[in-house]
Ligand binder design. Structure first.
Ligand SMILES: [Fe+2]
Length: 243
């Protein structure tokens, strides 16, 4: 019998697919991505970012307790923006704009299969049940603080992007998702044995979907072609493109 808390079991599943181990984020942390690579990532991630408030709303709608409902409602209110703050999707557009992506570019972008698949996986899980929704939310939010910190460090160091507006999406999530994921872990640990299997399956499927999305974005980068030996063309250093 597994004596670990369910949230700890989920954390182990997530660790196996942790996005900081992905070559795309590793290239980001080394400054090996071009600004064009980052722009493509910002655009292709949009369906997921834009739908995130809906994912939270779907789980909120199935919350079995008042405590879970009020916690998820607070999360949702942050996603859509309080009276004093922009919504998180708008903060994402601020990040993209800092990279040189026009805000209306999102409306003209053709989203690739991996981008649409990621949104579909999250939607499916969050619709299916409260347990699956929590497994999915945990797969994402428990990883975000560490990733956000690394992204900010990489953007400042290698891409000379230091202004608050450009970095705000990551800075907000660096702290907010520490709190949210701790809260989600508490609800996960109250799930029944039957629900535990659902939460684990959704957690793994969602962690894998996030990884596959990065596979697709990484495949288009010069850094990936250099690593695979398919192409000897070097990416122009980011600072050359920015200046
Ligand atoms: Fe968010």
């Amino acid at each position: 019998m597994n004596t670990q808390k369910l949230s700890q079991q989920l954390a182990q599943i997530i660790e196996q697919h942790h996005l900081l181990k992905h070559p795309f984020y590793q290239a980001w942390m080394r400054g090996d991505l071009t600004v064009g690579d980052l722009q493509d990532y910002a655009l292709q991630y949009w369906p997921h970012v834009a739908a995130f408030p809906q994912f939270v709303a779907l789980i909120y709608g199935q919350a079995p307790s008042e405590a879970a409902a009020s916690g998820l409602l607070r999360n949702l209110q942050e996603e859509v923006g309080s009276a004093t703050q922009s919504s998180h999707p708008e903060l994402w557009k601020d990040f993209a704009e800092g990279l040189g992506v026009a805000r209306d570019e999102f409306d003209r972008t053709e989203f690739r299969t991996a981008s649409k698949d990621l949104k579909s996986q999250f939607t499916k899980s969050c619709l299916a049940s409260f347990a699956k929704g929590l497994g999915t939310l945990y797969a994402y939010e428990s990883q975000v603080p560490a990733i956000a910190d690394q992204k900010v460090a990489g953007l400042e160091k290698f891409y000379d992007l230091k202004d608050e507006k450009t970095l705000s999406f990551f800075k907000v999530h660096s702290t907010a998702d520490q709190f949210h994921s701790a809260e989600v872990a508490g609800w996960i640990d109250q799930l029944s044995d039957g629900e535990a299997a659902e939460a684990k399956a959704a957690c793994e499927d969602s962690a894998k979907a996030l990884w596959k999305f990065l596979d697709d974005v990484y495949a288009g980068t010069a850094a990936s072609k250099m690593n695979s030996g398919m192409n000897s063309t070097c990416a122009a250093p980011a600072e050359m493109i920015l200046n």
